[in-house]
Write a protein that binds this ligand. Structure first.
Ligand SMILES: [Zn+2]
Length: 337
């Protein structure tokens, strides 16, 4: 496992959102160190800022200029909870670069984890919101495309719906976006009927879940929707938007996952990637606001990627929200019929 990190991720300060704190960075790094001590083969990697041409494949040039300028001028804000300081542009472009590094590791045969902040999945082509400035998962996908990869899946297990990632690829049939998220909840998107448009119809897969869902419900979403769709789509690369705010101890999320839950998700998805002959997983940190839970969950994820999954998940057809997604998506995916 290659782990990408940079001290710049601690210098970005969002004064409008105390929970998205600089301390999240060392807390997540401590998780990778914990996995390393437990025997996971962690190799530390440095980051380069994302090249301008890849950033421009995702974001409008005017938007990039605006974020850059705000940061150069010493800071500012993009929305009510998304603030910048003088280090934010450097941190955001390095975080996108870390995601590119993680994809390069995956394409060379080694799973990778980008430990970066600010997070990315709420940022769209011409907007930043929800603590996010640049969409690192989208940058990672565009980078993979520039390297000749044609089918990419982005699976988002952050407690929030990744509206920015969904928007960016909504009409795109080459990038499959899958999300399980708390609903109703911020940012209000991610309804089961949001399935994509034009060539992208069917390539947006949302499983909105009620508050207080635990690992059994998530396992049903994976087994009942995500895994069959991934087997049918057969992405060459699977990018994970790995947020940890669905942990039961999180300050923002209202879900009931444990650190070990994320380890099992990672083990299962790594096994699916092997089965469909995709490259190893590229994981990108998104949210996660309880520092101790963040450390434990990152550790469990990294260990999980290296482990064989303990047992096959079975979908029993008894979870209403999962059934709703299967029904809406069945016209697009034979495996859901
Ligand atoms: Zn989140």
């Amino acid at each position: 496992m290659h782990v990408y990190s940079d001290r710049a991720f601690e210098r970005h300060v969002n004064r409008l959102a105390g929970v998205e704190a600089p301390e999240r960075f060392p807390a997540a790094v401590a998780g990778a160190e914990e996995a390393e001590r437990a025997g996971a083969p962690v190799e530390w990697r440095s980051c380069q800022p994302a090249p301008e041409e890849i950033l421009k494949a995702v974001h409008a040039p005017g938007y990039l200029d605006r974020v850059d300028r705000l940061s150069v001028e010493g800071g500012g804000y993009l929305d009510l909870d998304t603030g910048l300081n003088e280090h934010s542009w450097e941190a955001a472009t390095l975080a996108s670069g870390a995601a590119i590094g993680a994809v390069d590791s995956s394409l060379s045969g080694t799973a990778a984890f980008s430990i970066a902040r600010p997070p990315g999945h709420h940022a769209g082509r011409n907007y930043g919101m929800g603590f996010c400035l640049l969409n690192h998962a989208a940058v990672a996908a565009e980078h993979a495309r520039s390297r000749g990869i044609e089918r990419i899946a982005i699976l988002d297990w952050d407690v929030h719906h990744g509206n920015g990632t969904q928007d960016i690829f909504y009409a795109d049939g080459e990038v499959l976006y899958l999300s399980a998220h708390q609903s109703p909840f911020y940012p209000g998107t991610g309804d089961v009927h949001e399935v994509g448009q034009k060539e992208g119809r069917g390539f947006t897969v949302n499983v909105p879940l009620r508050a207080r869902s635990g690992e059994d419900i998530y396992a049903a979403a994976f087994a009942g929707v995500f895994v069959p769709v991934l087997r049918e789509f057969r992405p060459e690369l699977l990018i994970i938007s790995a947020g940890y705010d669905a942990h039961t101890a999180d300050l923002i999320g209202g879900m009931q996952l444990e650190a070990t839950s994320f380890g099992r998700f990672a083990a299962r998805l790594a096994a699916v990637a092997r089965e469909i002959e995709a490259v190893p997983l590229a994981l990108l940190l998104e949210g996660g606001y309880n520092l101790r839970a963040l450390t434990e969950s990152v550790a469990a994820t990294i260990q999980g990627v290296e482990e064989e999954p303990s047992s096959e998940w079975e979908y029993l057809g008894d979870v209403r929200s999962v059934e709703a997604s299967r029904k809406v998506l069945a016209p697009f995916w034979e495996s859901l019929r």
